[in-house]
Each structure stands twice: as structure tokens, then as C-alpha cells.
Write a protein that binds this ligand. Structure first.
Ligand SMILES: C[S@@+](CC[C@H](N)C(=O)[O-])C[C@H]1O[C@@H](n2cnc3c(N)ncnc32)[C@H](O)[C@@H]1O
Length: 297
């Protein structure tokens, strides 16, 4: 289905697109630009890392590059803190028309963004290199392109930003997230806007520990993940009791895609079957139990 890329405004004045194929916006209606900073760049502590690293290279894996907002927010944050910092970015994106459309619609006009030439070259040639940047865009299904990276690219920050699990389950499965976790440096941080129990289970199953990121605009938090030796970066927002309990209901049954090639519908049906056969409490009965406990308290 061809996408027509009509800019839609969001609450912070920045623009996004709506995908007809995935029946979903590329960003939250509460603010596309705000989401990039607050859900991805702030939780991965890039400002602190950039300030602390005098010579070091910061490596970023931007999964579902899309309009490029998360990479743009990261570059702006890092070079504002430390203009000499060297950055390596790898973006994974299925549809190369998306970043080009963001630029042709001038969607960075009110970002006060100094690096538009970089994003333009990246969108057009999928590669940019200069004294303090090396950026590549790997075009294709991220389930395949990520295999080029496993172990060879150790990211200080991973942005995990697919469409939502019901619309794009293939990029939230146990198997895909296991490959993603192999690209995370032992002291790196992974951020996603999702607080889905199934996604959190996949992160935990990959050997990561998780915390919440504060809700921005909407009610729900996001998630930040790291290897256990980076626990100190996750202590600010531990999971609440309700979030921990949620991980013991059927909602926490993860998406599975054993060969990393199934279509969305197959992955959704596989999970529904596993949920039906599960001994775990249903999420609706857990919610009712919580409500009645709270009203009796
Ligand atoms: C929610 S949008 C990402 C928004 C983006 N991070 C930004 O800041 O603009 C999801 C993106 O995932 C891409 N996508 C969908 N399925 C994919 C797949 N299997 N592999 C790689 N990218 C995919 C879509 O083309 C879309 O650009």
C-alpha cells in the first residue's frame, strides 16, 4: 500500500505522518519532537555521556529510523554538550521514502536544527562520514539487517521505536529483542516508548534489567533497559508494584517469531493461542482484583 506522507501536527507543534499500512501515527499525538527527546534521548542519558566523554565515540543504534527524529534529537543533544564528540549512528529502516519525505516536507523547520545537511545526505545516500560522525542507514527488514550488527556494533544507546506491538509484533518478539540486546554495550542503555508487559518480558528474557521512564503527555510510561552491571542508571524509576504484577499476567506472554520471518498475523495468532492455554491469571481479572482491593482499602 503506497504511503502518501501527509504531515499531521502534534500537540507540541511538531509534525508526524500517519501510516496507512500500519494504521498508526509515526509518533505520539502528544508531541512528536518531545517524544524523541523525552522517551529516547533523556532516558539513554546521552547528554551526560557526551559531557563525560572527552574523546570517546558514542554509538547509537536507531531501530526504525523513520523520519529520523530520534537520531536528530540525539545529535542535537550530544553536540550541544560536547561539540567535539564523535558519534556513530546506525539506523534500521524498511522504507527509505520515509526520511526523504520528512525532509521534502520541511518537517525540521521549527527544530532549530543545525545538522539538516547530515540528515539529507543520510536520507539520500544512506551514508555520511565526516570528522566527528559516521552514520549509515541499513534499508530492509530490521529482522534481517540487525544480523549484520550483532556483536560487531556495541551501542551506548539503542532507540527501539517500531509501530505498536499489535500493529508490528515482528519487531517486539523474544527472538528479535535477543538480537537487539546483543548490540547493546555492557554499559549501554536501551529506551523504548512501550510499557507493554510482553515487550518487557522479552527484554528481561534477553538478560536485561528494566525500569520505567516517566510518562510524557500520555498516562503510560516507557521502558529503559540495561545489563545488570548498569543497574545504577536505572534506579530512578523502578517498576511500580502494579507494573511488576502485570508481568505475571497473560499480558506478559511475549510475541514469538522463531525464524524471524513470520508475518504479523501469524505472530499475533501464535501469542493468542499461548495466552488461551496459559495457567497465568488473565489481565482483566487481575485488573478487577486490583480495583476491588483499592476500593476496599
Ligand atoms: C513508529 S515509526 C518510527 C519513527 C521514527 N523513530 C522517528 O523518529 O521518526 C516506525 C518505523 O518503522 C519502520 N518499519 C516498519 N516495519 C519495519 C521493519 N520490519 N524493519 C525496519 N523498519 C520497519 C516504518 O517504515 C517506520 O518508519
Amino acid at each position: 500500500m503506497p504511503e502518501d506522507f501527509i504531515p499531521q501536527s502534534t500537540a507540541d507543534g511538531s509534525f508526524t505522518f500517519f501510516s496507512k499500512e500500519f494504521e498508526e501515527s509515526y509518533h505520539s499525538q502528544f508531541g512528536a519532537r518531545q517524544e524523541s527527546f523525552q522517551k529516547f534521548v533523556v532516558p539513554t542519558r546521552l547528554e551526560v555521556v557526551a559531557t563525560a566523554s572527552k574523546q570517546k565515540t558514542i554509538r547509537i543504534l536507531d531501530i526504525c529510523y523513520g523520519l529520523g527524529y530520534n537520531t536528530a534529537a540525539a545529535l542535537q543533544t550530544i553536540w550541544k554538550s560536547n561539540p567535539d564528540c564523535r558519534v556513530e549512528v546506525i539506523g534500521l529502516e524498511f522504507n527509505p521514502a520515509v526520511p526523504r519525505a520528512a525532509l521534502s516536507h520541511n518537517l525540521y523547520a521549527d527544530w532549530n536544527f543545525e545538522y539538516i545537511d547530515i540528515l539529507t545526505e543520510l536520507a539520500n545516500t544512506h551514508y555520511v562520514e565526516n570528522d566527528n560522525l559516521k552514520a549509515s542507514l541499513l534499508i530492509g527488514d530490521a529482522r534481517t539487517t540487525i544480523k549484520q550488527l550483532s556483536q560487531s556494533f556495541q551501542a551506548d544507546a539503542i532507540f527501539l521505536d517500531p509501530f505498536s506491538p499489535p500493529q508490528c509484533p515482528q519487531l517486539w518478539t523474544i527472538e528479535f529483542i535477543a538480537l537487539v540486546s546483543q548490540c547493546l554495550h555492557s554499559e549501554g542503555l536501551l529506551a523504548t516508548y512501550s510499557c507493554s508487559a510482553a515487550v518487557r518480558t522479552a527484554l528481561l528474557t534477553s538478560g536485561l534489567i528494566i525500569a520505567s521512564t516517566p510518562p510524557v503527555g500520555r498516562k503510560t510510561p516507557g521502558t529503559v533497559a540495561a545489563y545488570p552491571n548498569s543497574l545504577q542508571f536505572l534506579t530512578q524509576h523502578p517498576l511500580s508494584t502494579a507494573e511488576l504484577e502485570h508481568l505475571h499476567t497473560r499480558a506478559a506472554i511475549p510475541y514469538r517469531d522463531p525464524l524471524l520471518q513470520d508475518q504479523a498475523q501469524i505472530i499475533l495468532e501464535r501469542r493468542q493461542l499461548e495466552q488461551r492455554n496459559s495457567q497465568l491469571e488473565t489481565t482483566s481479572s487481575w485488573r478487577k482484583r486490583c480495583l476491588s482491593q483499592n476500593s476496599n482499602a
